[in-house]
Write a protein that binds this ligand. Sequence first.
Ligand code: NAP
Length: 489
Amino acid sequence: MNANSVHKTGIIIVGAGFAGTGMAIKLRKSGREDFVVLERAETIGGTWRENHYPGAACDIKSYLYSYSFAPWPEWNYLYGHQEQILEYHQHCIRAYGLEPHIRCSENVQSAEWDETNGEWEVNTTAGNVYRAPVFITGTGPLNKVNFPAIPGRGSFAGPAFHTAQWNHEVDLTGKRVAVIGTGASAIQVVPAIAPEVRNLKVFQRSAPWIIHRGDHPISEKRKARYRKNPFWQKFHRERIYWQNEFTALGFVKFPGIMKIGQKLALRNLKKAIPDPELRRKATPGYRMGCKRVLRSDDYFSALARENVDLITEGIQEILPRGIRTADGQVHEVDVVIYATGFEASENMAPFEMKGREGISLKEIWKNGGESYLGTVIHGFPNAFTVIGPNTGLGHNSMIHIIESQVSFVLSALAQMKQNRWKSVEVKKQVQDAYNQKIQQRLHNTVWETGGCMSWYLNSNGKNTTLWPGFTFEFRRKTKKMKAEEFLTK
Ligand code: NAP
């Protein structure tokens, strides 16, 4: 396509990660070919393309962290490693013939509803314009990296990078390395790099709760069994799903369950770290579940290595040659790695998006994202978000959520076609009542009462990221668009 050209289609999807391509596959399966997927990067893969740091892997088992309609018997590990998740994703794109629909290097900078023509107009930084009656975002919540506002951050003289922007040109062998942060990414990076570096200083603000992971290679025998009879893989997937689902009870209904998890986590900590002082530092000071519960079998033993130090004094400033902590000590290092996560609950609108009468999504979401079922937003006709506000999970696979939202969108599209509606828009009272209920349900959950601050909450303390219940409940609610809840034209 030439720059500055206008491309008309039926549906525009933004993002070629699991959300966008899951949507696209299901559109093709429903018989539609009139759609494009706009991807800002040069290749597909979303979070699993961006996060290629050493040790990157999923903390949901691979048989569940995959599309239900595309089981893959080739998984090498119980928990998919980054390269293989990407391989699976590429396999799905090929298998479902998505290539002709995907436009890479198309970074969406704005999208605006054109009431007169009943179309969304989407502009990309390459200067291209796409127009379609239906607009779907699948940009994911974890794509804007968070660099902490530490004084002197730009002054560091050596290499410094974020885990989601790993610089593989920097050889860490024999170097003195700082890792800032002890979240989901850090606990995978630390054991992966600890054996090769001279010294590793891990700067911890709050200790994470970590439970047993139990990853292992999948035997060729098991792969062959699943290839021969996919029923067994499906059965295994179901089992994992229900095991995970059970833990939601602890998050939202019976916090006492979390006490069992805490005991098990502390037992693992004691086994891996004999030094009581280090153990004390690595013990969380809030209730399990308040932040994401992490899974690892090698993080604690990495902390216990001779060449690894866990620093719990707060960081005061970054200097050209190291990091000064609040106790005045300067920790000299050669490389700084920021494992400091993403801006997930702030700036939830992925780009400038204007709905009816020019209302701006950034403006209406400035105090936190609100939508109906994380999928539709009042004031934004024919627009759908996959993984919108309050759809995140602390306990199960996001692909389950994605597939639920996809079926909602397909139901909306089918009803539009059947009834010859040009537009559908959720009613304000439906959206407001829904959000009120969601916030009420979130009130007594561990995320709000567990005694921690996490990216689940925005700066006003509002949880706009998580779904406060079981995923089967979300699936039931998103099974079908209820026409009476929508303004239709
Ligand atoms: P994260 O869990 O948000 O962790 C960020 C870490 O940086 C936390 O330890 C945080 O400390 C620390 N931090 C932030 N600002 C800091 C500052 N100014 N000074 C010192 N420390 C600071 O980020 P992440 O590890 O990248 O993971 C983000 C999310 O990605 C996860 O929750 C998960 O949903 C997803 N993820 C998933 C997998 C997977 O296996 N599926 C793997 C990696 C990531 P505090 O805890 O004190 O805030």
